[in-house]
Ligand binder design. Structure first.
Ligand code: R5P
Length: 294
């Protein structure tokens, strides 16, 4: 860890707290950034102080996704004026679900976003639990995906759960659920979720799951957006007479009344990380990000 003073961390408004924590872990200089939004919606960024060494820009792109994306790009481009090495830490990377053309005519936006970060001046990108491997493949500069699962598992190990079982709300999340379950030392199952690609509506098409009866369940996902996936999974699992349901995710977007609907569906607690600030974001990912930077 002798290179630590070679870093300057700049925290965008979207990720100020997390950026400060990362700077502390790196023993790096922290520079504050001022954000002004003009009446027409344009963003103006002013960075206070002079960065030196390798520059780390920390800026999640959660909603408003497009504004936060532009702000992340503006920070990166300013950083590039001061250093040849700019590490863009985008803890929650928006657009990662649009990593391919699912229906004819769709734009695979992830590729465009990856190019924008490179063009703005990023020489390396670090993200946390990106939606898919395919999304990461769009980057033409070195990129690293950091898993928050070990940190989430640490949290759940402290709870006194009754014969816990990990559940993935869909088959796409099997690897994630397996990872979580292995690290936790328990078994996992995956439900069959169907999402209508046009309407976005979700339904669970699994057979009855007798093994959940009387057990505490941890629903594991990369993100909770509208809550549709977790709500449908929780309603299904409650019918199978499980005990308590916990929802664990890395990125809690919790759009609209998602949190209320998730609780109404019988979820006792939502636990997420601070890639997106908010009251469920209680698991700190700064140690794993700092480790990925050096
Ligand atoms: C889907 O493949 C993802 O892993 C999440 O399950 C999904 O994006 C969550 O979205 P929502 O909360 O809107 O169902």
């Amino acid at each position: 860890m002798s290179l630590l003073s070679n870093y300057t961390v700049i925290g965008g408004k979207a990720s100020e707290d997390l950026a400060k924590k990362i700077a502390k872990k790196l023993e790096a200089k922290y520079l504050k950034s001022e954000l002004r939004i003009f009446p027409d919606g344009e963003s103006k960024i002013t960075i206070s102080g002079k960065p030196n060494g390798k520059i780390v820009v920390v800026h999640s792109t959660y909603p408003p996704v497009d504004s936060n994306l532009i702000q992340a790009l503006l920070h990166v481009s300013k950083a590039k004026k001061h250093s040849s090495q700019v590490i863009a830490v985008i803890p929650y990377l928006g657009y990662a679900r649009q990593d391919r053309e699912f229906l004819p005519g769709e734009v695979a936006t992830m590729g465009i976003v990856a190019n924008m970060l490179k063009t703005a001046g990023a020489t390396k990108v670090i993200v946390v639990d990106i939606h898919s491997k395919m999304a990461l493949n769009h980057f033409k500069i070195p990129s690293k995906n950091v898993s928050a699962i070990p940190e989430l598992v640490k949290y759940f190990k402290k709870l006194n759960l009754k014969s816990p079982l990990v559940v993935s709300p869909d088959c796409g999340g099997i690897a994630r659920a397996r990872d979580f379950a292995n690290q936790f030392g328990v078994k996992f199952i995956a439900l069959k979720k169907h999402r209508d690609r046009k309407t976005g509506m979700v339904e669970i098409r699994s057979k009855n799951q007798k093994q959940v009866k009387g057990r505490d369940l941890i629903l594991v996902d990369d993100m909770i957006s509208t809550g549709g996936s977790i709500v449908k999974a929780a309603e299904f699992l409650k019918k199978q007479k499980c005990r308590n349901i916990y929802a664990a995710c890395t990125h809690a977007l919790l759009i609209g009344d998602a949190e209320k609907r998730i609780r109404k569906a019988g979820v006792a607690k939502i636990v997420s990380t601070n890639t997106i600030p908010g009251k469920t974001g209680i698991v700190d990912v700064s140690p794993i990000i700092a480790k990925a930077i050096v």
